[in-house]
Design a protein around this ligand. Structure first.
Ligand SMILES: Cc1ncc(COP(=O)(O)O)c(C=O)c1O
Length: 428
């Protein structure tokens, strides 16, 4: 038995596989997990109550529940839900869209897989690439290209502040220069808020990317899994929901309470939506119906957005503030920088004094039950890596991604242990 190149690439070890495995893997006996690793969102009671209410309504409504369970939706998604989404965004933000501009996918992870391979790979004798303009980027993208070497990237710029914080910014000139020299780029892709750093691209930065996308006639794919208007895990004012015909906007219901139901929503030009539906028919037949059924009313009435800004955002903002306080408390006296926590459910810790790689550091922490994600996995798409060298960014082996949405005491224990190990493994 032999796997194809496609089979080998997609079945080999990947950062995202390790991360998802770590979420579920039991630790050695007696070791209590301090789960600061994968992207599991928190349980928020006010959100849970609303889904329970919607489900109870469905169960009470004749045989509607059985009807939902017993039919496939269309490959593009549940027809009524597509209309609900289009109407909501048209009325709330003035976007010129109809249901033909909306698709549902089985989670936004699979939406990105479809989109990335729609726009990168072999095309008419040349190889199209996908440009990530703000490295570091989401670990879950790194291995999604079916063909090897189709992902390229531009490292972010970085600003450091006196209070042990830092922030990545878009190097717009470098992106522009790259595009001018590389006509093979088939699309640009960013997450906003950025996973792993918690950065939020400002409206001006998105506008610049969208203008470049327009100039080069390629789409700008924005992964809005933590973004606006839901789940609204965004703590800065200078960010608004943005869409135009140059943008492919990917959203998700995962971080607003429904990760297990796997519902992604894509808003894009009609031809992109048609293509996504067609791919979905081949890859998955249809999309799951339960997410659209539970969320339809909530989107139509605006309740989901109110839930996001009134409950979800404040919940994570409080958690983020506490995380920052813990990092300051336990890392005091060490050389560290914390990325400004502007959104998402993660913080990104830069440890310049670390004398081992974060891959090694992660393994040591794991023995004490502290689950983190090593930074190396979030840097991909460089020419240097193809030659077996490190990604050309000073943070490459020096950052950890920490999920702050879990249990407060376990988070504190975890941070305490990470700081102790950092002191032990720092260049003095
Ligand atoms: C930036 C980003 N995009 C996409 C996803 C995928 O989410 P889902 O497939 O659950 O919608 C995640 C999950 O953590 C993420 O962090």
């Amino acid at each position: 038995m032999e796997f194809t190149d496609f089979g080998k690439k997609l079945s080999s070890h990947s950062g995202i596989l390790q991360l998802m495995d770590d979420i579920a893997k039991p630790l050695p006996e007696g070791v209590v997990a301090k789960p600061l690793g994968g992207g599991n969102p928190a349980r928020i009671e006010d959100v849970e109550k609303v889904y329970r209410r919607e489900l109870e309504e469905l169960l009470k409504d004749g045989d509607k529940f059985e009807d939902v369970l017993c039919h496939y939706d269309s490959p593009q998604g549940r027809v009524g839900f597509l209309k609900t989404v289009a109407t909501f965004f048209k009325e709330s933000y003035g976007w010129n869209i109809t249901e033909e501009n909306v698709a549902v996918t089985n989670g936004s992870q699979s939406a990105m897989f479809y989109l990335f391979n729609l726009f990168s790979g072999k095309t008419d004798g040349e190889v199209k690439t996908l440009l990530f303009p703000l490295m570091p980027e989401y670990i879950g993208y790194a291995d999604q290209g079916i063909e090897d070497g189709t992902f390229v990237s531009v490292p972010s710029k970085c600003e450091y502040y006196d209070d042990n914080t830092f922030k990545y910014t878009l190097d717009g000139d470098a992106v522009e220069k790259y595009l001018s020299k590389h006509p093979e780029v088939g699309a640009i892709a960013v997450s906003r808020p950025t996973n792993p750093s918690g950065n939020v691209l400002r409206d001006g930065e998105v506008k610049r990317l969208a203008e470049l996308a327009h100039e080069y006639s390629i789409p700008l794919i924005i992964d809005n899994a933590y973004g606006l208007p839901f789940p609204d895990i965004v703590f800065t004012e200078d960010a608004k929901p943005i869409w135009n015909e140059d943008i492919v906007l990917s959203m998700s219901l995962s971080k607003i309470g429904l990760p297990s139901i796997r519902t992604g929503i894509v808003i894009a030009r009609k031809e992109v939506i048609k293509a996504l539906g067609n791919i979905n028919a081949i890859a998955a037949l249809a999309t799951g119906s339960m997410g659209p059924v539970l969320a339809d009313n909530l989107i139509r009435t605006g309740e989901l957005v109110r839930l996001a800004s009134g409950k979800v955002r404040p919940f994570y903002q409080k958690k983020a503030k506490r995380m920052e306080e813990l990092v300051r408390k336990y890392f005091e006296g060490t050389k560290y920088y914390l990325h400004k926590i502007e959104g998402s459910i993660f913080c990104w810790l830069y440890l310049p004094g670390l004398k081992i790689s974060t891959l090694e550091f992660y393994a040591l922490l794991m023995k004490d039950g502290v689950v983190t994600v090593p930074g190396e996995y979030f840097f991909f798409g460089s020419e240097e890596q193809k030659k077996g060298l490190a990604y050309p960014h000073p943070h490459y082996t020096k950052c950890l991604r920490l999920n702050y949405s879990g249990n407060d005491e376990l988070i504190e224990e975890g941070i305490n242990i990470i700081a102790k190990y950092y002191k032990k493994y720092s260049i003095s």
